[in-house]
Ligand binder design. Structure first.
Ligand SMILES: Nc1ncnc2c1ncn2[C@@H]1O[C@H](COP(=O)(O)OP(=O)(O)OP(=O)(O)O)[C@@H](O)[C@H]1O
Length: 261
């Protein structure tokens, strides 16, 4: 890849941090002593060969799996002991590899439902019409942000694969996350969808921290300030994209094919 990358933010606040994370599944170590730091404001990609433990790490970082040992911290606060909804309240939101969209609802209603999620708002909001108006305006704003303004009345089921991903990102944004975790946002897409979602990720990364698991190395090259490479559940390398892609161990892990990186 030849895309030049900005120098990663040096120093600064650590948004999300894993310390000596371990996850065992019935004796199989899927995450092996992972320590990594994700800095506030960066786009950080987690990459690695199939079965390297990317999804497991993603689930640990977002509170969907409890580590066997080790810690996860969000802006310094330990979150691995919290329920997923409590993690969301603290500012971390995630997308799902399997679509979380309600297919028989309209695009706008999908966002409205997410805006009314108990993780976002205290109870009793139904009773206030003004609140509903506000929610509607917020839904419209989010749909415009993710490029689905003109698709608001369509059924989610009728969206293209790429548009569904746009909607999923919109649903994640309803939680107003400071840290957004995206699980393979471009998987299964053609080049047009990939370009659209890549642009959208760059846009939503303005003013927030984004962590993505991504197989598509062109997308990683395009987006990531820093990357972490996993192999056999452990961190093989972590750092600025341009440094890590030249790391001989990383090239080796990708079957010696430097062109892939
Ligand atoms: N719930 C589970 N029970 C048992 N083993 C699991 C479980 N989840 C994951 N594993 C194993 O842990 C390893 C890492 O899986 P994981 O899905 O995290 O890898 P990955 O890097 O995301 O893979 P891929 O690129 O194929 O999506 C794999 O060997 C997988 O079989």
């Amino acid at each position: 890849m030849t895309t030049p990358h900005p120098a990663p933010v040096s120093g600064g606040t650590i948004a999300l941090e894993a310390r000596h994370l371990v996850k065992d599944f019935r004796g199989f170590r899927a995450t092996n002593d992972v320590t990594l730091e994700i800095r506030e404001g960066e786009i950080h990609a987690i990459i690695g060969p199939n079965g390297a433990g990317k999804t497991t790490l993603f689930n640990l970082l977002s509170g969907f799996l409890t580590p066997t040992s080790g810690e996860v911290r969000l802006f310094g606060e330990r979150i691995d002991t919290l329920a997923p909804h409590a993690v969301v309240r603290r500012g971390l939101s995630r997308s799902f590899q399997i679509s979380s969209v309600f297919p028989t609802m309209t695009v706008r209603d999908n966002v409205l439902v997410a805006l009314q999620s108990p993780t976002r708002l205290p109870g009793q909001f139904w009773s206030r019409l003004s609140t509903l108006d506000t929610l509607g305006e917020r839904a419209d704003g989010i749909l415009a942000d993710v490029g689905l303004g003109s698709a608001h009345a369509r059924l989610a089921a009728d969206l293209s694969h790429g548009e569904k991903r746009q909607l999923e990102i919109g649903i994640s944004l309803t939680q107003e996350p400071r840290v957004l975790l995206l699980d393979e946002p471009t998987s299964g897409m053609g080049s047009e969808g990939i370009a659209r979602v890549t642009g959208l990720v760059r846009q939503v990364a303005q003013g927030r921290t984004v962590v993505l698991v991504e197989h598509n190395m062109s997308v990683v090259a395009e987006l990531a300030d820093r990357i972490t490479v996993l192999q056999y559940g452990a961190v093989l390398a972590s750092g600025a994209y341009d440094d890590v892609r030249r790391d001989p161990r990383v090239i080796e892990a990708y079957l010696g094919d430097e062109a892939q990186l």
